[in-house]
Design a protein around this ligand. Structure first.
Ligand SMILES: Cc1cc2nc3c(=O)[nH]c(=O)nc-3n(C[C@H](O)[C@H](O)[C@H](O)COP(=O)(O)OP(=O)(O)OC[C@H]3O[C@@H](n4cnc5c(N)ncnc54)[C@H](O)[C@@H]3O)c2cc1C
Length: 455
């Protein structure tokens, strides 16, 4: 299938949503392999680590990825990449790889707890000139991993990085992984929410706080579980992919089908009264799940009870870190290690990808002799944008959890701002790098400042 086939969901009825997705991005900044001679160790092969490694390879750096998992398994459930990350995947030529396994719904049908339809929000997959990709985390990850390997990225599995260090006198940084000392010009901590790299950057252990919420989540085959044979659930699958939601006090419940209705995933955010641990595999009990929607539209219990099992994922909260780079600026934190997101932002994975791509660009522009300056510029480029994106997770959650039962339409719509989704992280880095470097040279490095909160 090509991007311009009529079957690719870029139309609703006779309305063409976005006529042209520019797969030919107009600028190609791919450098000769190893042309910069910058050596990079990336810890963690999640989306942040892989995206960083891929772009580093494209920019001519030498990169090694160290990953704790000894094999790549299909883990997790639904994950979303906004158009801002989609633009990058398209540039890498991954549309044909990702699109067939993604959800193809085009609107969110949002209800209140009583089951009244309160908003039908158009959510075209193509907006601001790029696709968004929502699909199974493990499946998308497997494909990104294979793409990184196909570019020749050196990914070493079964590596447990236990220590980090940097030495500005000799101009290097490194890690100890499985007892072995590895050196490079820069180390990137892409080691997720429970990052060890974070302690070196901060000089202390950053303890997570409970956000007060947890999420029950599930992903399953719709035919096996009878979703297509129950009138309380069949609308989710019988016309291809669909996206439905219900909101009530302190709760939101979202269900979306993918693969032309063959798979269903749901997430339901609830108060975290049991204080469960932070884990992607902690099981949830169906009786507890159903208790959350007691007295709600009966379609909610019908959808939830179709899942053969679910996990209970604690939503932890971390205050914004004062910095994402170490004292000597040879170690950078990216992705969840630097800034975990609430799922209601729908941006955690996308910002992780943007981080990695931006870092590869600034290292190319800074060159081997100016690695610390490039890292300081990278933090300045990224920090306020990421924080602004993070805050949308809180505002959307609060909008849904406190919505008046009579609220309709725009009052409950998911925000889709152009500053967030229309952004091109790679292009932006090329555009602003010189100015930011000049500012750091003139004024010296300053810790990042938080953006003012928008009302
Ligand atoms: C198993 C798993 C399942 C997930 N499922 C979902 C999901 O269903 N939906 C969703 O929205 N998000 C999910 N996430 C989180 C999501 O992937 C991230 O929020 C987002 O993509 C940002 O990615 P990241 O690369 O920063 O972090 P992560 O995706 O967490 O990746 C961090 C990587 O670092 C590795 N690592 C950690 N410590 C070390 C160490 N000491 N040495 C070497 N490697 C190390 C980890 O094994 C992991 O592969 C999941 C994460 C994991 C790890």
């Amino acid at each position: 299938m090509t991007a311009r086939d009529s079957s690719d969901n870029t139309t609703i009825g006779s309305t063409k949503l976005v006529p042209d997705v520019n797969f030919d991005v107009g600028f190609e900044k791919v450098a000769e392999p190893n042309s910069t001679q910058i050596k990079i160790i990336i810890v963690g092969a999640g989306f942040a680590g892989l995206a960083c490694a891929i772009e580093c390879k494209r920019k001519g750096h030498e990169v090694v990825v160290l990953e704790k998992f000894s094999e790549m398994k299909i883990l997790g459930d639904i994950i979303s990449f906004g158009n801002n990350a989609g633009r990058i995947f398209q540039r890498w030529g991954l549309h044909e790889t990702f699109w067939p396994i993604c959800t193809h719904h085009q609107e969110l049908n949002l209800h209140n707890a009583q089951g009244e339809l309160i908003c039908v929000q158009k959510l075209p997959s193509v907006q601001f000139g790029a696709y968004s990709y929502n699909g199974h985390r493990g499946e998308l990850h497997e494909r990104l991993f294979a793409f990184a390997k196909s570019l020749g990225v050196d990914i070493r599995l079964g590596q447990d990085v236990s220590e980090y260090w940097e030495d500005e006198e000799v101009g290097e940084a490194g890690v100890i992984s499985n007892g072995e000392l590895l050196r490079a010009d820069i180390v990137v901590g892409a080691d997720g929410v429970r990052s060890k790299a974070r302690s070196l950057v901060l000089g202390y252990d950053d303890k997570p706080k409970s956000s007060g919420y947890a999420i029950y989540r599930a992903w399953f085959d719709t035919h096996e579980q009878g979703v297509d044979r129950d009138p309380l659930t069949d609308y989710l699958v019988k016309n291809g992919d669909a996206f439905y939601g219900w909101i009530g006090k302190d709760v939101h419940f979202l269900a979306s089908s993918s693969k032309n209705g063959r798979a269903l995933s749901w997430v339901i955010t609830h108060k975290d009264e049991a204080d469960i641990k932070e884990s992607w595999s902690f099981p949830g009990k169906m009786e507890d799940v159903l208790a959350v929607v007691d007295g709600w539209d009966p379609r909610c219990a019908a959808i939830l009870s179709k899942a053969p099992s679910c996990i209970d994922w604690k939503l932890v909260y971390r205050d914004p870190l004062p910095t994402w780079i170490s004292k000597e600026a040879r170690l950078a934190l990216i992705g969840d290690a630097a800034h975990p997101f609430l799922p209601t932002s729908i941006q955690g994975a996308s910002q992780a990808v943007e981080d990695g791509v931006t870092l590869a660009v600034v290292l190319q522009l800074g060159g081997k002799s100016d690695v610390p300056l490039a890292l300081r510029a990278w933090e300045k480029i990224r920090y306020q944008r990421v924080r602004r994106a993070q805050i949308t997770g809180e505002t959307t959650r609060d909008m849904w959890h406190n919505a008046d039962p009579g609220a309709r339409g725009a009052a409950v719509e998911l925000p889709r701002p152009e500053w967030l989704l229309g952004f091109d992280a790679e292009l932006h880095a090329y555009e602003v790098f010189d100015g930011i470097v000049r500012e750091i040279r003139e004024k010296g490095y300053e810790l990042p400042r938080l953006p003012p909160r928008e009302e």
